[in-house]
Design a binder for this molecule. Structure first.
Ligand SMILES: CCCCCCCC/C=C\CCCCCCCC(=O)SCCNC(=O)CCNC(=O)[C@H](O)C(C)(C)COP(=O)(O)OP(=O)(O)OC[C@H]1O[C@@H](n2cnc3c(N)ncnc32)[C@H](O)[C@@H]1OP(=O)(O)O
Length: 219
């Protein structure tokens, strides 16, 4: 699994690249929102496209050969900056901010126009992806990580675009299988419920628990 790697990084350098990454990803998220909602005329769109092409060319001057991967260091812990739901340098990630209190994952995220499914409502696939991430992280944080085997999602009521909270917790384990549960809530109450099975893959089964925690990312 070459996408998992170890790096050495100083605290100062980490603080610097974190600020730079958050700034860039935030700007691109703003661009996406502006693109979805713009009402300007063709000339302004054409001018904007030239600027975007120039910015893209600038960023392309130096690129990773592939995806960001998941990197570990003593200073930074885990860096999964490319993750589609929480990645700090991934503008596609809303991003969801997660915390763990020893039992439960709480994810907060503000879903804007770019995450629309039905008019004014959050796309169901996005909600499933957020739950996948949160349930997987609940298992990981409990020390029993795994790949998503099955995820059941029940949409109980519509989720209006805007701030949502995702909660997830480990329900139980059976050998290499971790069963997690979770919800999405808004001001309307619980809108989505999920349960999932997270399975430690064959290639990881020989490793110690410590190795597993160190090797696996949230992503
Ligand atoms: C050093 C530690 C490394 C740990 C690595 C963990 C990485 C986790 C990373 C990060 C977590 C944090 C958050 C993540 C959030 C996002 C997660 C995602 O998006 S994950 C991407 C989407 N999911 C996939 O791409 C899976 C693709 N599928 C597979 O890789 C395999 O099918 C896998 C691992 C799920 C199972 O394959 P098998 O060959 O390892 O399992 P077999 O030995 O055949 O079965 C073991 C048991 O599991 C059941 N099982 C197998 N597949 C199942 C399934 N799909 N659903 C339910 N049960 C299943 C079987 O019936 C069996 O149960 P019986 O022992 O007989 O009781």
């Amino acid at each position: 699994m070459s996408e998992y790697s170890i790096e050495e990084i100083t605290a100062d350098h980490l603080a610097h690249i974190t600020a730079v990454a958050q700034g860039l990803a935030g700007d691109v998220r703003a661009l996406v929102d502006a693109t979805v909602r713009t009402q300007v005329g063709d000339d302004d769109v054409a001018a904007a496209r030239e600027h975007i092409a120039a910015a893209t060319a600038l960023l392309r001057r130096e690129q990773l050969p592939g995806a960001f991967g998941i990197r570990f260091s003593a200073t930074a812990g885990k860096r999964n900056w490319g993750n589609a739901m929480v990645g700090l340098r991934n503008p596609v990630a809303p991003p969801m901010h997660m915390s763990y209190d020893g039992e439960k994952i709480t994810g907060t995220v503000d879903l804007g126009a770019a995450y629309e499914g039905p008019a004014g409502l959050v796309h169901g696939g996005i909600l499933a992806a957020l739950l996948d991430q949160a349930l997987g992280s609940a298992a990981e944080n409990a020390g029993v990580p795994g790949m998503t085997g099955t995820l059941n999602v029940r949409y109980r009521q519509a989720t209006v675009l805007g701030p949502v909270t995702v909660s997830a917790w480990l329900d139980r384990t059976e050998g290499i299988k971790s069963f997690a549960k979770g919800t999405v809530s808004t001001a309307d109450g619980v809108t989505v419920e999920a349960d999932g099975v997270f399975i430690l893959p064959r290639w990881a089964r020989g490793q110690s628990q410590e190795d597993a925690v160190r090797t696996v990312g949230e992503g």
